[in-house]
Design a protein around this ligand. Sequence first.
Ligand code: CUA
Length: 414
Amino acid sequence: MLHAFLPVPQNRGLSPTRLRESPVCRWRFFVIIPRMFGKTQTIWPLLVLLGVCLFGLTGQSVFGEPTDGSAAETETNTNAIAMPAVPGTRLPADDRTQDGWAVTLSPLSPPAQTISELFYLILGIMVVIFLVVGTTMGVLIFRFRASRHKTDGEPPQIYGSKPIELAWTLGPAIIVFVLFLVTARSIFEIRSTTAPPDAVEVEVIGHQWWWEFRYKKSGVVTANELHVPVSSDGTRRPVYLKLTSADVIHSFWVPQLAGKTDLFPGRENKMWFEPSQAGWFIGQCAEYCGTQHAHMWLRVKAEREDEFKKWVADQQKPAVLDAAVNAGRNLFLSNACANCHTIRGTHAKGVFGPDLTHLMSRETIASGIQLNNKENLTQWVQDPQTIKEGCRMPDMKLTSDSVEKIVAYLLTLH
Ligand code: CUA
C-alpha cells in the first residue's frame, strides 16, 4: 500500500468537477480536512502544538518525581492529588510518608498495581498513535501546503482507496479489541471475591463527611483512620471491605492501594487491597457528596502484625474512666454530644457522628484535615463550623469553661 502515500499527481489541467471524480488522486481525506478551515490553514500547526503541550502536561503529571510533601513542593507537585491542606497542618508522617498527599501511580497493593500497569499500557499505545498521527499530519501539512500546489479549482479528489480504507478500519478495530481484552482481564484480577479466612474484614460506611469503619471479627469501631496489617513476603493479609453509605453517594479511594469504589445508601459494594509496605496511605472521597466533599479525607495505616494486634486489643477496651475529668464527662453526657457520639462504657450511644471511645488514638480529626491535638479539639468543640463549614455538627454554644472541661475529658480517651 506504499503507493497510497506517494505524492499527488499534478492535475492542473482538470476542471474542479473532473478533479473531484479523478481516480488517480489518493489524497482526498488529507486535502479536504485542511480545506474546511479555508485559508486559515495555519490552524494545523497550532493544533499540533496544542497537542504537544497537552501531552507534555500529562507526561509531567505521570512521570513527575514523588514528593516528600514539604510545603515548598505543594504548589508544583503534579504526581499527586492535591490534598488541600488546612493552613498550618502537616499530617503525621511515616517511612513511606505521603504526608498529606495521595500519590498516584506508585502502587503498593495488587489491585493498584494492576491498574497502574493497565494505565501505562494504554498510555504507551496512545503515545504511539499520537506520534504516528502527529508526524504524518506534520509532514502532509508542509509537503502539500497551498503555496506549492497553486490551482484555481479544488485540489485533486480521490475515491475508494482500498488499502487506506482497510488500514484505518482495521487498525483502530484491532487497538480497541486489544484494549478491551486487557481491561477485561484487569477487571477480573481486581474484582473482589470471597474473603479468604485470614482476611481482615471491615464494613465501611460513608457519612457526610467522614468515614466509619466497623471491623467484622474484632468488633472494633473507629473513624477516618483505618488500621490494617501489612502483607509481607510469607504472609498475605488481604483487607476486604464492604462499603455502604448512610446518606449520599461517596467513593472510597486510596490510590496506592486500589481503585475507586462507590458507596451507595441501601447497597453493599465490595473491594479489597493488600498493602505490601507499612506506613500511612492517604485517600480521599472521590465522588462529590456535598459541601465538605473535598475535606472527606481518608487515611489507612498499614502496620506490622504485632502492632495491628495491639491496636485491635486497645480499641476493644471500653473508654478510660478518669475521675479527674468527671466534670467534662458529665457535661458531655448531659449535653447533645451523647446523642450523636458513642463512648463505650458510658451511656453515650449516638451513631450519627464518629465513635469517640478511643478518640486520642487517632492522629487527626475532622476526617483527616486537622491534627488531633488540644488546640484543634478546643476549636472544634467550640464551633466545628470554623474548621469545617457546613459539617453536620452544630455550634453547641458552649461557654469557654464548658469547652475546656469537655476537651480535658476528650483528651483522656486514649
Ligand atoms: Cu464523600 Cu465526597
